[in-house]
Ligand binder design. Structure first.
Ligand SMILES: [Zn+2]
Length: 280
């Protein structure tokens, strides 16, 4: 019998606000379609301020609350913070184990994370977050022989079907976010300590311009978010219903080997220094 449970999504990113800049339109769309989304935020962004009076402790409190508010706007079910130091995310067995454990607890079907291989104009924490999250999903969370202490505690191995990698230079899928762009704007505005303090319309236009710079102009002029999608396991094999929605071009469906390149200009070319969102 086909499993009709909602697709579960785990998003693993480095800082509060990374999810909203890269993927909020997609998360809002998926949440509205009944997908259960859990955020795992590796740091609480304790270095992300130029205010000389700000302390790391105060900033953690502010940014965790901003992230929770943004998640509520998008319909995200839960936000989990790992509270690694901002700027100190590393590819360690300890961090990998924590993420494997969360995958085994939440049993996501889909991972959303950051590009571990983007070469330039990239925060080190972002590369590390992508590396650890992708490794945790494949192969570490899948086999009971990795971290057997989890299994002894009663957790099950977790076989994630696919990953959506945000901020990738070689994206191969896009999600039309025209209908959820307003939610993305609202969610971004929750990150008061990080985004420009502009009147609503101005802020929206600023974000539309930024979105176009980051993801280019789609055919038909709709707003979009782009990802590199990789598939580790086919749902067919497990008698599962296919994922509800991702606007995967038909040529990109199927196994990783069958994914054809829907190449778009590298994001780095579309961005010019000084116009980047504040990223910390
Ligand atoms: Zn970041």
């Amino acid at each position: 019998m086909a499993d009709t449970s909602p697709n579960r999504v785990m998003l693993v990113m480095a800082h509060p606000d990374d999810a909203e800049f890269s993927s909020a339109g997609t998360m809002a769309k998926w949440a509205a379609a009944g997908m259960e989304i859990t955020y795992v935020i590796i740091t609480s962004g304790d270095k992300g301020s130029d205010d000389p009076d700000m302390t790391p402790e105060k900033l953690v409190e502010i940014r965790e609350e901003e992230q929770r508010a943004a998640a509520r706007v998008l319909g995200v079910k839960e936000v989990i913070y790992l509270r690694c130091p901002d700027g100190g995310v590393d590819d360690t067995p300890e961090l990998r184990e924590k993420i494997v454990r969360l995958m085994r607890v939440h049993q996501p079907d889909t991972l959303v994370t950051m590009d571990p291989l983007r070469r330039y104009n990239q925060h080190r924490d972002h590369r590390m977050a992508g590396t650890v999250a992708l490794d945790a999903a494949f192969p570490y969370s899948r086999s009971h022989l990795y971290y057997p202490q989890h299994i002894a505690e009663g957790l099950r191995p977790c076989k994630i079907y696919e990953a959506y990698i945000a901020g990738a230079e070689n994206s191969n899928v896009e999600v039309n976010i025209s209908e959820t762009f307003e939610k993305k704007i609202q969610a971004l505005r929750c990150h008061v300590s990080q985004v420009p303090n502009l009147p609503e319309e101005e802020f929206k236009n600023h974000m539309i311009e930024m979105s176009k710079r980051m993801s280019g102009n789609a055919e038909g002029g709709h707003l979009r978010e782009r990802f590199r999608r990789i598939e580790w396991r086919s749902r067919d094999r497990d008698g599962r219903t296919p994922p509800v929605l991702p606007d995967v071009p038909p040529s990109s469906a199927g196994s990783e080997g069958a994914i054809s390149e829907v190449m778009t200009p590298p994001i780095v070319e579309a961005l010019s220094e000084g116009e980047l969102p504040r990223e910390s």
